[in-house]
Design a protein around this ligand. Structure first.
Ligand SMILES: [Zn+2]
Length: 464
């Protein structure tokens, strides 16, 4: 028996402006996809022939344009058409890919696959915990296994669970049912963390459910608030041997998550930008990080806003301060030929600065993707990059030719600090800035989501 394997992922942000181009996807085809996917052995050990299609994965960005979407979708459909006798299809998708003119990219993909393969062919999905699941998805797929951790640490484990369930169902001639229970809640980004209660227990319960012989996936999905679309919300999704069991357990999980809706708060100092600057200036810690959460480049934002930089320039601090990774193509390009030490004017800023260093920016795979300039304004250094980048570790500062250890205050365009930066942060302030990745739901101006939606409204609700 044959199983086809493919992956197509991009987390969309409808507030962001940069659409991912074809070249923004990390791409592998054929056997090379197993550089990124860990499912092959599970299938071969169970006696299946495995047919690789493609792996295409882009960083969080604005919506995917149809041409780019079709370019990758077609390749997956071609693999399906070339293997009409496939017993199963394994897909690793994000679940929050929004395609211009289409909506959910994942739903469209499985719909079109179903037009080619019969109902007997089992389709199993691995999905991100932040997937905005469409209610219809259950009509087209048989097994759904989502991540159980936020921040995500179980991507490989989640691939293995879905693959294992697919292999098991095929070998035992089981045709599972997947039920999607939407939950009208959407908690602001970064407050739902699975290492803390109540989620720790809720996720443990999904693990327990999956121990049952007739349950092949038990999942809570938190949804993704930066997509303004009708399917944007949390959901509970269960794949089971009978439709009744799938529905019953999905509704049970949904009601439990709903009952905890008021318990999700930030667990760090999350404050308005002015207050973060004030606290950083007054703080006694050796080095304080501020994350510019509304302009988080790892969540699809462009990284262009200068709000925190301007606040620091106004404050003219005595503390050595670095504002890292402001996307500013014009600035870098127009000033690049100026030598270190040259006095310069940066677009958007009144105060004159002095070029401190010329450097390079690193891409997500640590490859060099462009140039950056560090400009000093008194004690405030600002690193301007010619492309969107993420200052997620010390290596990014090294490449920019500045020493992270020189600074007492460091601003980065992230939500939570990446683990790699934590050893350098004696204190972390989460600035509630505006921008494409703004975490305050009330400021997102969501027009297309289903209402009522907690916490925009509070109301009685029960899945039944
Ligand atoms: Zn996620």
């Amino acid at each position: 028996m044959k199983i086809l394997v493919a992956s197509f992922q991009c987390e969309s942000n409808t507030r962001a402006l940069l659409h991912p181009g074809k070249s923004d996807f990390e791409y592998f085809a054929g056997e090379d996809i197993y550089k990124k996917l860990v499912v092959k052995d599970i299938f071969t050990e169970n006696g299946f022939a495995v047919i690789p299609s493609i792996y295409a994965n882009a960083l969080p960005s604005a919506t995917v344009e149809q041409e780019v979407y079709d370019f990758y979708k077609t390749q997956i459909l071609d693999t399906v058409r070339a293997n009409p006798d496939a017993a199963g299809i394994y897909l690793y998708v994000h679940g929050s890919m929004e395609v211009e003119g289409i909506g959910s990219g994942e739903l469209q993909l499985v719909k079109e696959i179903r037009q080619i393969v019969s109902r007997d062919c089992l389709i199993a999905l691995t999905m991100d915990l932040h997937a905005n699941i469409t209610e219809e998805l259950g009509q087209y797929v048989d097994i759904v296994c989502g991540y159980k951790t936020a921040p995500h640490t179980d991507q490989e484990e989640s691939q293995r669970r879905a693959a294992g369930a697919l292999a098991y169902c095929l070998k035992n001639r089981i045709k599972p049912y997947t039920f999607v229970q939407k939950i009208p809640m959407l908690v602001k980004g970064d407050t739902m963390l699975t290492q803390y209660e109540p989620l720790r227990s809720l996720e443990a319960e999904t693990v327990q459910l999956e121990q049952q012989a007739d349950i092949f996936g038990a999942n809570l999905f938190f949804g993704h608030c930066w997509i303004d679309a009708p399917n944007t919300s949390a959901s509970a999704v269960v794949s089971a041997a009978s439709p009744a069991a799938a529905k019953q357990w999905a509704q049970t999980l949904a009601n439990k998550l709903w009952s905890t809706r008021k318990e999700y708060q930030f667990r760090i100092e999350a404050e308005q930008p002015e207050e973060c600057v004030r606290r950083a200036l007054a703080g006694k810690e050796k080095r304080i990080f501020i994350t510019d959460s509304g302009d988080n480049t790892t969540a699809g934002a462009e990284g262009t806003t200068q709000e925190l930089l301007k606040l620091f320039l106004q404050a003219d601090p005595e503390k050595k301060t670095c504002v890292a990774g402001i996307t500013a193509y014009e600035t870098v390009n127009s000033l690049w030929e100026q030598p270190d030490g040259a006095a310069v004017t940066v677009p958007g800023l009144e105060r004159k600065g002095v070029i401190k260093t010329h450097g390079e920016i690193l891409g997500w795979a640590k490859e060099i993707i462009g140039r950056c300039l560090t400009v000093s304004f008194g004690n405030v250094d600002a690193i301007f990059t010619e492309k969107r980048s993420g200052f997620i570790e010390k290596g990014n500062f090294d490449k920019a030719n500045v020493d992270l250890l020189d600074y007492e205050i460091v601003v980065v365009k992230l939500g939570y600090l990446f683990e790699e930066l934590k050893p350098y942060a004696d204190r972390e302030l989460f600035a509630l800035t505006d921008g494409a990745s703004c975490v305050e739901l009330s400021r997102l101006n969501l027009k297309n989501i289903v209402r009522p939606m907690y916490p925009l409204e509070d109301f009685a609700w029960r899945a039944e």
